[in-house]
Design a protein around this ligand. Structure first.
Ligand code: C2E
Ligand code: MG
Ligand code: MG
Length: 647
């Protein structure tokens, strides 16, 4: 007589798991779907087991009881035995090694035990060799029942061994939970084999599935459930496993260029729905194997698609999304949202074979590759020097700071009134032993983002002060040098003291140094910064505002901060080719001058630029027309040559 209480207890447990899965909206992603299948099947299997036992406990059976007992037993055997291979598939999916199953013979080998068991079940009504159900005796085991225990053992052992093999793909607690599942399943099968009345199997299964749910499926870790795309953490974990297992895949990085603007415009909630619509659109493209497509989200707006190597992934999906957005996206278009997406297709491992580089390329492809394109292919980018530099920028910066690979270049600034060069801007370069000369456009943003900018800026200050000691005004005619300061430097309380120390060490007159700050500095303005600026001005230093005209230039700000110079960004000069652009530039110059600021125009490249700026009575002009930034020695030679010409 079967003891049915364990089965009865298992039912609410399965229901809880199902409810939690539904509540967490775990329908997307292959691992989630497989787990849901496992729980569903376990639940119905338990119901079948109960049906079979309840009727069996009431022998002699009525004709209806006999039918119920028969149907439940067949259902139980079919379901129970399909669950083991699905569980194994779940393990593959969790470790991203499903691709191992792609070969036909592996699939056949995988399905073979189940096929044999199904055949045995199909012949049972005629032979009663697996089990029989009779009115008098109820359910009785037949000799071939052993085959079912063997089948379960085969899948169980396969899963157990694979689990042990997969330790490197999983973090330890997840690995333990999976292993415990197999240990419990085996224990239950064994106990039930010797004590058939103790219906432990489904109860043990429920407990181990709860364990999996608690320790493995952390939806906040794997899924961005509001959007229905897998999370950034999952992307990193899956990439790691892809590289470890040597799976060949294609990765498409889709970067929504205007993500921040769209989010600001729509608000978080609508923006999430928008991302969800984009993901659905991508899923709805005609894929050969739609189930093998995995999508991941990195906020604010990068979507990564991983597909297997044989899939046809068009690197122009971004263009497709824009041109054939479909109804899902048209709604948003009507709201005034225009999608600007860039894509980069990476063949892994052919193009790149390590996680760090793949992630780094996903972040930077649009900066490294040809800027005019919308779809890139990794193959073209990874061979360029810029990619290698971008990918290793952290170590390059560390090395540059430790071993001082920082060299200052100086770009002369033309003084319109005197027709000579009295000032210059100091611009940093890294000369790396491995990668050669590196532009600040690459390393300054990286240094700012990764916390290197303060030690970096200290070296810059030291170099420039030393330069000023070595070359006095009489020798070169150079009145002052402009030094760029980053936001973090301006916020450092010790900045004035550092500068005072350098001033004393190199005996430099503060009037020879002008400090450049940008508008972003003002956006981050705080008490320390205001104090620093005030102290430095008191010490005799002057300030200029760099890159005026990009971003949200604010004349009020310019008026409120004690600035000596305003530097007009090159983009304003570039715009001056149009009638209105020229009027704006002209009026900007006049306005600045009328509130008492000196003006530097940046980026003059042609004779026309220079003539126009002179006409507008701009005070100083900086640009390739006069000279590119030069290494110190060349710069001194440049100045001396010009002084000679003047004489
Ligand atoms: P910035 O301060 O606006 O410097 C002017 C940039 O414009 C320089 O680029 C200069 O080479 C470039 N430039 C000057 N004239 C022309 C021209 O006629 N045509 C064109 N196309 N470009 C011109 P560079 O040297 O690549 O520096 C880029 C930026 O990196 C700088 O922009 C500055 O924001 C930052 N930077 C450079 N050195 C330092 C530093 O020591 N510290 C900090 N915090 N930032 C620095
Ligand atoms: Mg500057
Ligand atoms: Mg500038």
């Amino acid at each position: 007589m079967g003891i049915i209480y364990f089965d009865i207890c298992a039912i609410p447990l399965f229901l809880i798991i199902l409810l939690v899965c539904i509540h967490r909206r775990m329908f997307k992603g292959s691992a989630n779907r497989l787990f849901l299948w496992v729980v569903f099947i376990s639940f119905f299997c338990t119901l079948a087991d109960l049906g079979m036992e309840v009727t069996d406990n009431a022998v002699p059976l009525s004709p209806a009881g006999e039918i119920i007992c028969n149907v439940s037993t067949y259902l139980y055997f079919f379901l129970r035995n399909i669950n083991m291979p699905i569980l194994l598939l779940y393990l593959f999916s969790l470790t991203r090694t499903t691709f191992l199953m792609r070969k036909k013979w592996v699939k056949l080998l995988f399905a073979l035990p189940y096929i044999c068991l199904v055949l045995l079940l199909l012949q049972n009504p005629f032979t009663n060799t697996v089990f029989s159900v009779s009115a008098q005796e109820g359910y009785t085991r037949g000799p071939l029942i052993l085959a079912f225990y063997c089948g379960a053992l085969v899948y169980g052992l396969a899963g157990f061994s694979y689990c042990i093999y997969c330790k490197r793909y999983l973090v330890i607690e997840k690995w333990c939970a999976l292993l415990s599942l197999y240990v419990m399943a085996h224990a239950a099968v064994l106990i039930q084999f010797f004590y058939p009345d103790l219906l432990l199997e489904m109860f043990f299964t429920a407990v181990s599935e709860i364990l999996i749910m608690i320790s493995i499926i952390r939806p906040e870790e794997r899924m961005d459930n509001e959007i229905g795309i897998q999370s950034w953490t999952s992307y990193q974990t899956d990439l790691k496993n892809i590289i470890l297992s040597g799976e060949r895949v294609q990765i498409l990085a889709i970067r929504i260029q205007n993500a921040r603007e769209i989010r600001n415009y729509m608000g978080d909630h609508k923006y999430n729905a928008y991302l969800s619509a984009i993901a659905n659109k991508i899923r709805s493209f005609r894929w050969n194997r739609p189930n093998s497509i995995e999508l991941y989200l990195e906020r604010p707006g990068s979507i990564y698609l991983i597909a297997d190597a044989n899939e046809t992934v068009a690197s122009g999906i971004g263009d497709l999304l824009i041109s054939q957005g479909g109804d899902e996206l048209r709604v948003y278009e009507d709201m005034g949202v225009r999608l600007e997406a860039l894509t980069c297709l990476i063949h892994c491992p052919e193009d790149l074979d390590n996680v760090h580089d793949i992630i780094s390329l996903g972040h930077k492809f649009h900066k490294i590759g040809d800027r005019k394109k919308t779809s890139y292919s990794a193959g073209e980018i990874v061979s360029s020097k810029n990619f290698a530099v971008e990918a290793h920028i952290e170590e390059i910066l560390e090395r540059a700071i430790k071993q001082d690979h920082i060299e200052m270049y100086y770009q002369p600034i033309y003084d319109v009134n005197s027709g000579s060069f009295h000032s210059a801007e100091a611009l940093a370069r890294i000369i790396d032993p491995e990668y050669g000369l590196i532009s600040p456009a690459i390393f300054i943003p990286a240094a700012e983002a990764q916390g290197f900018i303060i030690p970096f800026g200290d070296i810059v200050l030291d170099h420039v002060f030393k330069f000023l000691l070595q070359h006095d005004r009489d020798e070169t005619g150079l009145s002052y040098v402009e030094i760029n300061l980053s936001v973090a430097q301006c916020m450092e309380r010790s900045l004035p003291d550092k500068i005072r120390t350098l001033q004393q060490k190199y005996k430099v007159d503060p009037s020879r140094v002008n400090l450049e700050i940008t508008e972003t500095t003002f956006e981050n303005i705080n008490e320390i910064m205001v104090e620093n600026v005030a102290k430095l001005i008191e010490m005799g230093y002057s300030f200029s505002l760099d890159d005026y005209g990009i971003g949200y230039s604010n004349i009020q700000r310019v008026n409120n901060i004690p600035l000596r110079i305003v530097k007009i960004d090159k983009s304003m000069l570039d715009e001056a080719v149009t009638g209105n652009g020229m009027i704006i530039l002209d009026h900007t110059v006049r306005m600045m001058k009328s509130i008492g600021k000196e003006l530097v125009a940046e980026g003059a490249e042609s004779e026309n630029d220079v003539a126009m700026l002179k006409d507008m009575h701009c005070d100083y002009i900086q640009g390739y027309y006069f000279s590119k930034p030069l290494p110190a020695a060349d710069f001194i030679a440049f100045l001396k040559e010009r002084m000679e010409d003047k004489k």
